[in-house]
Structures are given as C-alpha cells and as structure tokens.
Design a protein around this ligand. Structure first.
Ligand code: CU
Length: 162
C-alpha cells in the first residue's frame, strides 16, 4: 500500500483540478502586438461556460509582461474608441460565452518583457470567480484578420486620419 500512496495522492489532486475547471472552456485564444518593438500586447479568446452557474473572469496573470489587465474599449467624448481597465471583469453566463475580440474586451499586457514574435506561445493564467485559476498557452498570431471585426470599432478605421 505504501507504494501506491503517492500515485493515489497525485491522482486525487488531478481529479480535483479537473472538476474545478470543467465548466469553463477557452477557445481560439491568440495574442498580438503592433510590432517587434511594441511595449504592449493583447490577447483574445472565447470563454465558454458549459456549467449551470454564472461565472466571471476577474483577473489575469502572465510572465510575458510587467502587468496584465482586463480591458475593454469604450467611445471617448471625441467618438474615438479608447481602452479602459475593467475592474469587475467579464461575466460568462451559465451555458453561454463571452467573446474577447479586437475592438472590444481583451486581455492587455503592459510592459512586455518578451517581444511577441509570430508563432511563439506563452502561458497566461486566467482567474475565474468560481472555476478558479486556469493556465492556458496562448499563441502569438500577428497576421490574423479577425473575422469578428466588422470595422466599426477598429482603431485604424475610427481614429481620425492625419
Ligand atoms: Cu487594452
């Protein structure tokens, strides 16, 4: 029995973690920055709640930047979309999903400690109110055109041209 104890302990730890995270799925995550010298970057993904309880993404952490924050875009007084930190996070309703997309809600990385290069992948820890912490690997994709981006909220199209 002594030989089996460590294996059983590891197994129960694993199944506890799986149970705690089973209700949230992260789909189609990717990250981008404006270029190799950019000081900031962002990540986008779809959060899917397959459970019966509403949940909420309340925090984010990553070693790729000095700070990681939850951001959204809102229209400023001049009509230009600006980024704002979201203090209470993003609701992910039971049986529903929340989309983080360019021009909308996103994970912001400020003070990149590693330049984003096409094809690299880095870990991001998402902290949910109920599901707890979930660490995912996010690939950098600098070339992707966002199919959810209809142009109305894209910086390049809403910012006044100089
Ligand atoms: Cu931002």
């Amino acid at each position: 029995m002594r030989i089996r104890t460590p294996a059983l302990a590891a197994l129960s730890t694993l199944s506890l973690a799986t149970a705690a995270l089973a209700d949230i799925e992260v789909r189609d995550a990717y990250a981008r920055s404006s270029g190799p010298s950019a000081m900031a970057g962002a990540a986008f993904m779809t959060l899917v709640n397959t459970g019966d309880d509403d949940d909420r993404l309340i925090d984010v952490r990553s070693g790729v930047a000095k700070r990681a924050e939850l951001h959204t875009h809102i229209a400023g007084d001049d009509g230009v979309m600006k980024m704002r930190r979201v203090g209470d996070g993003f609701a992910v309703p039971a049986g529903g999903e929340h989309n983080l997309a360019r021009g909308g809600d996103h994970v912001m990385f400020m003070g990149l400690t590693t330049a984003f290069e096409q094809g690299m992948t880095f870990p991001v820890t998402l902290v949910f109110e109920k599901a707890g912490e979930m660490t995912i690997d996010v690939p950098v994709d600098l070339e992707r055109q966002d199919p959810m981006d209809h142009g109305a909220m894209d910086h390049s199209k809403t910012a006044p041209s100089h």
